[in-house]
Ligand binder design. Structure first.
Ligand code: NOJ
Length: 695
């Protein structure tokens, strides 16, 4: 008998349901780790898993109760949303996606895992893998952006990073939110989703399949329904697709109160039914509904649930605890040395700098030339907002502000004023702030959203600047008198700000860069390093264009300016404000000589695509190139551009090199176009048509 079989044989029903229950802890307070009532539930075995408790001492004390005072001594799973860092905060996931660098993606997850593990945590609810094409949806900030290909690459990197080669060396990852949460109707949080099977399989499932392949320890179903079936009760997608087809054998943990919400969805009439539905679908852990503990005993009596399913769920939970090494060493955490902290902080600065996207740069506005600088706007002095959504355990006042970063790096004079708040109607400071333009040689406008305007339950219908910031921007543009105005735009999503972009000389999409925000921005602004970040999501000109993304399928009447009856709007172009992949550098890269050659099949790719790259600019910089394909003919329509790869090449001024992009298998026989370029903008792509033969 294995340890787990032995335990299972000894467990009462209540103890089994305890292992299938996760409750939150009242950990924010100092003093007792949890209320006496909650401690009693751990002692009695009715709570087997906790979320939101961290701190090595607290973790140790609560774990001790489970291990030493409960009847079977089963250790607790201690979980927390370690999304983009724990105490040290890396850029928001959408920003980090724009690095297009799997090594960096893995490194930040690894550092976050070490950071969290030192704080007693052994499981995170990440990576968030919801492909999203609707920036109204606030949770676009947490995910990989609009590409399934990128989502899958991030899934692999993050799973490896959090979990490491041996789970007991890392923390358990959780791929969420399975699936299609990003397709919520009209971008409204928690709204239903309705999708074709084709889109589900091509767009929303691949990142999860990749996470499973990489060995992700757990999966969380989305709050939403898909085509009428709530994901928490979706036996087809959980049992058949996820467990059956993809081969996932880890733990499925419900989202927060999602099981009891099956009653609101209208598919269960009481707690017993809700619990039975979730169990039947394959959900192992009930987060915060209390539905398993309170509903399953009755469901068993009514014949709605089966003991076999309960035993299977408990076995999976105990197996995860065993794989994490918790039975042998339940006490995680402890101090980290200074070098570790410094290394993590340096990584945060590096990754933040690389996540900044130079959207526009005219009249050589950037990097900044010497002179007096006016730093205007409410985001210049914002610290806590720099963390973005899911700030983990990162202290609110810890992030380096833009102003502090510049003051440390800039030798020239700085004059500054916020001008207005991030939100609110106060316009009283605008005139004085705009007047600072007279005392400066160049103006830096720090504008955008507050961190709380993206993330969970933070959908927006207006994607412009909040509060009175547009008024501030206009006042500054009017007053600048030809001096360069550089806009730094903070946001958890693409914003639809065509006029702002039009009037600015340079624009940087800073997203929310994390703990090292100000230093990272100073690195780019001063020219200490060239920008290299790209946008992992298309920026719309207007909310009415949403959803807008690079891999749309072609229609029968593609847009043609000469013909009225073609696919278009009467009042806006079809083209985005910025395409997927867009991002400038301080270099000036030119591409030529695309060639296609058979690759070494052992390397896992079918073809190697090579291009010549030259940096004609005056700065050393790193260019990112994307590989797209288009199938010329297939039985169902295929996207006009399908992302198949990306790569980077760093070149000094005047230097040239060759970038090789491996093209994996997956093209159907027949003619296909191969494209390479710096973004999904068709104007910048070079191409070649190839004929794919039957295998
Ligand atoms: C709700 C969110 O949807 C999910 O992403 C998160 O992991 C849980 N709350 C736990 O905080």
């Amino acid at each position: 008998m294995t340890r787990i079989e032995r335990l299972l044989a000894q467990m009462t029903l209540a103890e089994k349901l305890g292992q299938m229950t996760m409750t939150t802890s009242d950990s924010a307070v100092t003093g007792p780790v949890m209320s006496p009532l909650s401690q009693a539930a751990i002692r009695s075995g009715e709570t087997g898993n906790l979320l939101n408790l961290f701190g090595p001492e607290k973790a140790r004390r609560i774990q001790k109760i489970a291990v030493e005072e409960s009847r079977l001594g089963i250790p607790l799973l201690l979980a927390f949303d370690v999304i983009h860092g724990h105490r040290t905060i890396f850029p928001i996931p959408l920003a980090e996606a724009g690095l297009f660098d799997p090594v960096a993606w893995e490194m930040t997850a690894r550092e976050a895992a070490l950071d969290a593990a030192a704080d007693g945590i052994n499981m995170t609810f990440a990576p968030m893998l919801d492909v999203a094409r609707d920036p109204r949806w606030g949770r676009i900030t947490e995910g990989p952006g609009e590409s399934a290909f990128v989502g899958a690459a991030i899934a692999r990197a993050k799973t490896r990073g959090f979990q490491t080669a041996r789970l007991s060396d890392g923390i358990a990852a959780c791929a969420k939110h399975y699936c299609a949460y990003g397709a919520v109707t009209a971008g409204r949080e928690y709204a239903p989703t309705d999708l074709s099977d084709l889109t589900l399989r091509q767009v929303y499932l691949p990142p999860f399949a990749a996470a499973v392949e990489a060995g992700v320890a757990s999966v969380m179903p989305a709050f939403t329904d898909l085509n009428g079936v709530p994901m928490t009760a979706h036996a087809g997608l959980l049992r058949q697709t996820l467990r059956g087809e993809m081969g996932f054998d880890g733990v499925i943990v419900s989202d927060y109160t999602a099981i009891v919400e099956l009653i609101n969805h209208g598919v269960a009439s009481d707690l017993a039914e809700a619990a039975a539905l979730a169990l039947k679908a394959g959900v192992d852990i009930d987060m915060m509904s209390g539905a398993y503990a309170r509903g399953l005993p009755e469901a068993l009596e009514r014949g709605l649930a089966r003991m076999d399913d309960i035993d299977a769920a408990v076995t999976r939970v105990l197996t995860l605890k065993e794989r994490l090494g918790l039975f042998d060493n339940p006490y995680r955490g402890g101090g980290e040395d200074r070098e570790t902290l410094a290394r993590r902080r340096a990584l945060a600065r590096n990754v933040a700098a690389r996540s900044l996207v130079l959207l526009k740069n005219e009249r050589n506005a950037l990097p900044l030339s010497r002179g007096r600088l006016a730093v205007i706007g409410p985001l210049a002095v914002a610290a806590s907002d720099m963390r973005g959504s899911w700030p983990g355990a990162g202290p609110p006042d810890d992030p380096v502000t833009v102003l502090a970063g510049l003051r440390a790096a800039w030798t020239g004079e700085i004059v500054t004023a916020p001008g207005t708040g991030i939100t609110g109607d106060d316009t009283s400071g605008i005139a004085a702030a705009a007047a600072l333009c007279d005392q400066a040689d160049m103006i830096l406008l720090c504008l955008g959203e507050a961190a709380a305007m993206s993330g969970e339950a933070a959908s927006r219908v207006h994607l412009g600047l909040p509060g009175r910031q547009q008024m501030l921007a206009d006042a500054v543009f009017d007053r600048a008198g030809g001096k360069p105005v550089i806009v730094i735009l903070f946001s958890g999503r693409p914003l639809a700000v065509p006029e702002l972009v039009e009037r600015a000389d340079a624009v940087i999409a800073a997203w929310f860069p994390g703990s090292e925000a100000g230093n990272a921005l100073a690195d780019i602004l001063t020219g200490a390093r060239s920008p290299s970040g790209r946008t992992a999501v298309t920026w719309p000109r207007a909310v009415g264009q949403i959803p807008i993304f690079h891999d749309q399928r072609p229609g029968g009447r593609p847009f043609n300016a000469k013909d009225h009856y073609t696919s278009k709007y009467l009042d806006a172009p079809n083209t985005p404000l910025f395409p997927f992949g867009h991002g400038l550098t301080y270099g000036d890269f030119r591409l030529s000589g695309l060639r296609v050659s058979p690759a070494d099949p052992a390397a896992g790719s079918a073809l190697d695509i090579r291009v010549d790259v030259v940096n004609r600019g005056r700065w050393t910089a790193e260019e990112t190139l994307f590989l797209f394909t288009r199938q010329k003919r297939a039985d169902v329509t295929t996207p006009v551009l399908e992302l198949k790869g990306f790569g980077k090449i760093a070149l000094e001024a005047g230097a040239s090199g060759v970038l090789t992009l491996p093209l994996p298998q997956g093209l159907n026989p027949g003619p296909a176009d191969i494209f390479v370029g710096p973004s999904a903008d068709p104007a910048g792509l070079i191409s070649q048509t190839i004929l794919v033969h039957e295998a």
